[in-house]
Structures are given as C-alpha cells and as structure tokens.
Design a protein around this ligand. Sequence first.
Ligand SMILES: Cc1cc2nc3c(=O)[nH]c(=O)nc-3n(C[C@H](O)[C@H](O)[C@H](O)COP(=O)(O)O)c2cc1C
Length: 378
Amino acid sequence: MSTPSAVLALRHVPEHPASDAVRSRLRRLPPLRYGGLPLASRYLLSPLAGYTNLAFRRIVREIGGVGLCTTDLVNARGLLAGSRRSLQLIETCPDDHPLAVQIFGNDAAALRDAAQFLEARGIPTVDINMGCPVERITKNGAGSRMMCSPAETVRLVQTVVEAVRIPVTVKMRLGWDERQITAPRFAREFEQVGVAAVAIHGRTRAQGFKGTVDRRGIRRVVEAVQRIPVIANGDIRTVEDAIAMFHETGAPAVSIGRGALANPWIFSQLCEWERTGRYSAAGNFMQRLELLKRQLHYLVERRGERVAVIDFRKMAHWYLKSMRVRAWLRNRFQQAQSLGEIDSVLREIVREGPVRGSRTGPLPQIRIPVPSGPVERW
Ligand SMILES: Cc1cc2nc3c(=O)[nH]c(=O)nc-3n(C[C@H](O)[C@H](O)[C@H](O)COP(=O)(O)O)c2cc1C
C-alpha cells in the first residue's frame, strides 16, 4: 500500500530562502549511484540499531521516496559464525531494494569475508561502520575508533573493496575529537582505493550526540573528494533542514535517521519538493495508526506474535508519541502481552484521539532525543 501524497491535502512551500537555488542544483546533478548501483533518490535512510529492521524498512519503502535503506550495524564475526541475531539483522525481501548491510569489526579478514558472504547472498552494497561512538564497539578498535589509525584503516577498507564486486561504502564521523578532524583525509584516500561513497555524520566521536551538526565540517569532506558522492547526515527532521544541509555542505545526497522515525513520510516529501518546490504534509493520526498496525503485522510474520509484541514496544513508543497519544494509553500499549490486547488498546487510542490536533488534521512534529550522557558509558 502507498500513501499517495495527493491524499494529503496540505502542501507547504519551504521556508528556507535557498530552496529554489538548491532545487535547481540538485535537478542538474546526475541521479545518485553507488558505483554501478543506481539509487532511486538522493534521500537515504540512515542505520538506527534497534529500529531499521525489515518491518520498518518495508513501511518506509511503501510510503516511497527513499533511495537506499541500510540495516542496523552487524558484527562481521557474528555474521560469519552464523549467529541468529546477525542473520535476523540481514533479513530482507524483494521489495527491500536497494539494501545496504552495514558491517562492523576491527579485523580486515572478518570484514572481507563478511562482505563476500553478503555479496554471495545477493546483497547489492555493503557499508563499513566507522562512526559508532559506543564504548562497547570502540574499545575493540571498531566503529569510530577506526578513525584513529588512518593507514591501517585505509588498508582494511581497501581489502574489503578488492574482495567484492558490489560497491563498498563507509559511514564515519568528522573525526575522533575536535583536534583530530580526519574525515576529509579518509574520504580522499577511500576514494582512491575504490570506495563508492562516504556518509558523514557531522559530529565527532567525542561529541556523541551533543551539540549541533557541523555542516562546515561536512562541506570539507565534500570538497575533499573528486567523484564519489558524499552523503551528508545529522539532525535533518524537516524538508527545510535538508535544504539547509544541501545548501551549506554542497553534498549531492543526505541520509536521515531519527527524522524518519518521527516522520516516515520525509523521503516522499523531499522527492516531491525536489520535483515541484512544495511538499505535502506528513501523515495524520489515522494514517500513522495504519502504519503502526502494518509494521507490527510485518514483524509478527517474521517473529511470531510473542516476540513481535515485545520487540515492537520500542518502535511503538515513537509512533504513539508522534500520534500525540495520551501518556496513560501509551503505557497501556507498552504493557500489552498479545495482539488481542494491542487491538483493544488501539481501539481506545482511536476513541480518545490525539492530545493536540485532530485525527485527520496535521500533527505537530515530535523531536526524537538522542542517547544521553557521556559516550563512554553508553
Ligand atoms: C538509536 C540509534 C541507533 C543508531 N545506530 C546506528 C548504526 O547501527 N549504524 C550507524 O552507522 N549509525 C547509527 N546511528 C547513527 C545514525 O545513523 C545517524 O548517523 C545519527 O543518528 C545522526 O543522524 P540523524 O540526526 O538523522 O538521526 C544510530 C543512532 C541512533 C540514535
């Protein structure tokens, strides 16, 4: 099912003054590609561990507009050992295309073998995680820690690139901390060893999720490469935010994480804006409810009722927040143990309607907070 933008009555004109200039630049660019892999749009879904599973990706794709989805980060060694969790993370289906699987690890041989394993399974592109700031990952030399050992990291990435025919990309931060802004150098060297694209979250590892994204820092990465696309990432919640990102970085593409949890219509809004200069409103209360039910259904298909009902709680939290559901009803949803109980809470949720706004009108957008506290303790 799709939610054609035509049924969404309100059409906004972006408030950003550079909207027209950015649109005309983007419309002159060739379509986005990762090497030989064409992408349907320049608006990509960023990996969000715990959220960007197959059920959510199907929802985002059904709404439309997304150019590429990426899985949660997958441990390369776990994948090779056939761990159930890793295999679940790479589950896909024919509609889930094009898909990047993101792998992490500190060992070139494991990353190389994992990339070959994924290529043999028909995965069209592999992304190497060099951005994860979480202590559990960095203490083993993986994630953003890889940004601290340039020569070794470039060799490792080259090993992976040369081992497969599918495009290999890298997602990284600006650097380990503000004294070591290494992303431009990495991007240049990655391009030379055959990486097909780099995605940049415009923060350092030391920043965690604090402060704002440094768009000038992303711009330096865009300027460091010659041909490959640089995907700008961080803090894009609205079409206006994306316009600002394009305007200030010169990047040809953006990726969106938390903004897509709050508003899975953001990709189709962006495509519509690129085409027409305007964009339709995000889904209303009833349309979000339909998505919630469908995503839960997809999860039940894969995991069975008992596991799905529990796994879905995390995601439901953001659906219900974005639908402006009252706190006591959100709590009841979180306590439901079966689909039957979920159904009855949902009926009550519809009877009550949103705290603010109406069931069929526009809803104020929520802001999804970031993990808090020092990154060392995550
Ligand atoms: C809960 C959560 C999980 C994340 N998981 C991953 C991940 O698995 N791999 C990755 O490269 N980045 C991960 N990120 C970082 C996001 O992909 C993205 O770079 C960051 O959230 C900034 O973009 P945004 O403001 O659009 O969310 C995660 C972020 C959050 C908040």
